[in-house]
Design a protein around this ligand. Sequence first.
Ligand SMILES: C[S@@+](CC[C@H](N)C(=O)[O-])C[C@H]1O[C@@H](n2cnc3c(N)ncnc32)[C@H](O)[C@@H]1O
Length: 331
Amino acid sequence: MKADHRDTLLLAFEKGLANEPEAGQRWAFLNAAPLPGDAFREALSCEQAFRPEFNELKSAGYDVSPSLEPGIHDGAIVIMGRVRQVNHANIVRAHNMVRDGGSVVLAGSKTTGILPVRKWLSEMDVEAEVLSKHHAQVLVFRREGGDWDMPAEAKETGEWHIEPGMFSAEGPDTASRLLSEFFSGRLKGKVADFGAGWGYLSKQALELCPEIGSIDLYEADWNALEAAKLNLAGADVPTEFHWCDVTRELRKQPFDRIIMNPPFHTGRAATPELGKHFIQAASSTLIPGGRLLLVANRQLPYERTLEGLFRKVTALGEGDGFKVIEAIKGG
Ligand SMILES: C[S@@+](CC[C@H](N)C(=O)[O-])C[C@H]1O[C@@H](n2cnc3c(N)ncnc32)[C@H](O)[C@@H]1O
């Protein structure tokens, strides 16, 4: 496998920028991913909120949870992602989780947000040691003094409960708004929302469709699902929230209607296959005569998959480069 930021991370330990975790020590590992050779596995308390990556860590034998409780650790490692506010929040949390004198080790590829982090740290008078290799960088500093405050940028704002890092963190997504224009008169009975994010579609569905009897939200991002719980608090019908990978671990329940704006990206790569897996999951979960309502980028080739799995496929409308499709399950 090509060397990446995780190899650079281990190199930083080999070169002595930080001492390797010793027997009996506990290190926090935020935005965790399996390390080459499962290095330090026994010492790591991992946090991974994205269910497919959580599952990968779990099956590799790591101690992992979607949200680490604050607590004192001997050191901390953070993998940087693409969202600046999430990186800053994770660095602050990592710092505050480490005992005085313990190391905080930050690693990321140069295409994610590691480069500006050094400047951000120096603005806070934190001088980090730096190692660059494999198109990646590692920054190491030691905790000294009291807790840092969480930057205001990482706190949720606005009418919805949304946090940086979630899908459509700036407010409702254009494609999802388009889809919800077709809800009235179309949704009833047991409804599921696949890839529910922070709950926009479910909330609109409940507001527009009084015939809905219950709604189940399925989402891989644990933080988004927690936000969805807040956004749907006080709903008049039963709501259930499932933290799961829709493509692999859907608990099968018969649904009358499924709504979705399916994901078609894994990290930066466009993967329409993911959307197709969502469509397959919907087809296997709907009752005969049940309906799937979905929105997608106009150029995404979902029609053939839909026509192979559903009795009738109808284009309901288009706008802003997106299309809304209704598919009826055969008996
Ligand atoms: C295009 S967004 C739509 C979010 C929300 N329904 C909306 O309309 O704002 C797709 C969502 O699918 C979630 N997702 C991605 N892969 C997933 C998977 N394998 N299982 C469940 N959800 C997944 C993403 O975290 C994201 O919230």
